[in-house]
Design a protein around this ligand. Sequence first.
Ligand SMILES: [Zn+2]
Length: 418
Amino acid sequence: MLAFLRKRKDVSGVLVYKLDRLSRNMSDYSTLEEMEGIEIISVTEALPSGASGRFVASIHAAVSRLYSDQLGERVRHAARTKVKKGGWPGPAPTGYINDVENKTLRPDPNMGPIVKLVFETYAREDISLSRLVKRAKALGLRTRKGSVLPKGSLHHLLRNPIYYGMIRWEGNLYRGNHEPLISKALFDAVQERLKGGSSPMTKRSFPYRGLMKCGYCGCKITASLIKGKYVYYHCTHGKGPCSQGFLREEDLGELFIPIVEKVILSRDMVRQLLQGVQEEGKRRKREASQRIRALNRQRTELHEMRDRAYEDKLTGKIGEKRWLEMEQRWTDQEESLMNQISALSTKEGPADDEAEATFKLLQRAPELYKRQSHAERARLLKVLLSNSILMGDKLEPVYKKPFDLVAEGVYSGNWLPG
Ligand SMILES: [Zn+2]
């Protein structure tokens, strides 16, 4: 859709059924919002147009995503249950294929032996990970989609305990019910080698990287470790030399302070944001109870059908065998209905606390920022900013939505619809 809109300059608006349909992916939504002259119109949610309308729309999108995340949490719960029973909860990793019938993994007859060979090669030969990438490619190792595994993916593969029969899930190991491709001893030998070599894990991290562009030439700002201990940020010089010098990490961290301080959520605003979350929660609860009522009606119909069939069996209209078959099917159907009902009933109207905490955290952002490590500071900055512009030691912030409106003071206090 985005590509289409970029091409067609005569389109002036996008009509959406509901904002969260559009904005599962917040970045798509932001891109859409930034497009010149395109109005987002939601059919089911009344929104005023213009800047304040867009602000409300951003909040709606953020709130909807919060709920999607909770949906994600329920899906993760189902996955965890499966893993505890020894099942693999997703698409098969390279070397295996999903055995849908037995709900487990089985070795891929083509890739399985190659995966094993790659493990053996790395354990026995004095070969670097980069060389191993080339070797694996030559051996024919490919993903399910047929592409070559880059270094990061290969490293990931070598660290995956699935190949000796275990499943790593949320930091724990579970015994899988699939057939191992390699022995535990071989896996351990590979882990030893990975620890010894220059694994990607041991690289120094540069937290502020990815947040800035060079104001002189437009290239990205990256970082280097000088004399093994000082971190300096500088232009990548991707388009040739420019005037941007080197900036120490400590100094850069200070430059961001006034930028964070500009993002102030007033108490009134937090209150209105929370109200938005709560209304969304109520609406979803209403939807759930409607659905539960419909499911219960189906259950009642099912019971009536069973009663009639039982009578038919007693009067000899249907035979014992046929009746048992039908009973089995109905039992399955009833169980499925009960599962759906219980999933809908346990759907807590939960996010209120979580949302409150998030908004309050934002409110305290400047104060918190100063007390954080560089890594934690950068995490907050990545929420607020994208590609700010660095020129010498001057930093021009580029706020993400909706923080741009907050920072620029567009917020007037009466943007809520109705
Ligand atoms: Zn530059």
